[in-house]
Design a protein around this ligand. Structure first.
Ligand code: SAM
Ligand code: SF4
Length: 329
């Protein structure tokens, strides 16, 4: 699938639930209202949509949420999608998780064909962890991370960089990741959805973080790519990599290869724009495979050029009203 700007769309991110067992301050309000069950696609419907995308050339699928591993029976979806890995089909199946359920599911993920996972961990300090996630316990996530490692999964740690909250921890986190063989990826906060608080107070440009890290670490340029928007460096002292996702300070839209499917079957062609395609309506109207493929092609033909995220004190409203947990981060 080629979009109007000549970009080849090969990467699908699928949010399988908007629910979560945590309430990270940058992601959700504490009293989030979740979607009614009837609006949520069944696992069979999600699989059928994924199959259509694979037919149309999607080679990488990332399962996300909300917290994907809290969805009941989600492992059956991983198994079905895992069966689609191979020649001419899917090349990579992966997941972004907060890690709380990994002690239970790491081995199952590996068995389904998952080889790399992203685990969100913004801090190594137990009190800060609970402050960021509002009610999480760091031990559960750490145990999950080590269960994943033991199951043979390559782990990348994702951390959202927040002013005053975790900004002084990145040297320690880089060392910790190096010690355990994990890559680290730092993310700028994006203005998505209402949260209880001021985002300008959280926002920390990663250009600043990178120059601070350079005081203690040798960051060597690399052309390593995961198919995602991060720019990676080799950390000479640890042999691991550190990546930076900088939607605010550096717009990466020109090389965008992805679209996002929500758990209600809405396809967003851009994380930072509101235009969408209602694939649930198409599915539930009894569409044939050909009709489904046509609806997806029509949506890709509307993929916008890029996002217009702004975080400043004059712009108090989020740039996009929906939360990251809806679109799937
Ligand atoms: N629950 C899973 C997790 O936390 O990894 C998957 C979904 S979560 C929405 C995916 C990623 O989006 C996480 O790494 C999270 O830190 C990030 N995220 C959520 N809200 C964000 C925001 N407003 N700006 C930047 N990253 C955000
Ligand atoms: Fe849940 Fe992930 Fe959002 Fe945190 S970032 S509230 S773990 S969906």
């Amino acid at each position: 699938m080629i979009d109007p700007f000549g970009r080849s769309i090969t990467y699908l991110r699928v949010s399988v639930t908007d629910r979560c067992d945590l309430r990270c301050v940058y992601c959700m309000a504490e009293d989030m209202t979740f979607l009614p069950k009837k609006d949520i696609l069944t696992l069979e419907e999600l699989d059928r949509l994924c199959a259509a995308f694979i037919r149309l050339g999607t080679t990488k699928i990332r399962i996300t949420g909300g917290e994907p591993l809290v969805r009941r029976d989600v492992m059956t979806l991983f198994q079905r999608l895992g069966d689609r890995i191979g020649e001419g089909g899917l090349r990579e199946l992966t997941v972004t998780t907060n890690g709380t359920q990994l002690t239970k599911h790491a081995a199952g993920l590996y068995a389904a064909g998952v080889r790399r996972i992203n685990v969100s961990l913004d801090t190594l300090d137990p009190a800060t962890f609970t402050r960021i996630t509002r009610w999480g316990k760091i031990e559960q996530t750490l145990e999950g991370i080590f269960a994943a490692k033991a199951a043979g999964l390559a782990v990348k740690i994702n951390a959202v960089a927040m002013q005053d909250v975790n900004e002084h921890e990145f040297d320690r986190m880089l060392a910790w990741c190096g010690e355990h063989g994990f890559d680290l990826c730092l993310i700028e906060t994006m203005p998505m959805g209402d949260i209880d608080g001021d985002r300008t107070a959280q926002y920390l440009p990663l250009s600043m973080v990178r120059s601070r890290l350079r005081k203690h670490w040798t960051l060597e340029d690399t052309d390593y790519k995961t198919g995602g928007p991060a720019r990676y460096f080799n950390v000479k002292e640890t042999g691991q990599r550190v990546g930076f996702i900088t939607p605010m300070t550096h717009n990466f839209c020109e090389s965008c290869n992805r679209v996002r499917l929500t758990c209600t079957g809405t396809l967003y062609m851009c994380l930072g724009q509101d235009d969408d395609a209602d694939l649930r309506r198409v599915l539930r109207a009894g569409a044939s495979d050909d009709e489904l493929d046509a609806a997806i092609r029509e949506a890709i033909a509307r993929k916008p050029k890029g996002h217009d995220f702004i975080i400043d004190r004059l712009t108090q409203a989020p740039s996009v009203a929906r939360h990251m947990s809806v679109t799937g981060g």
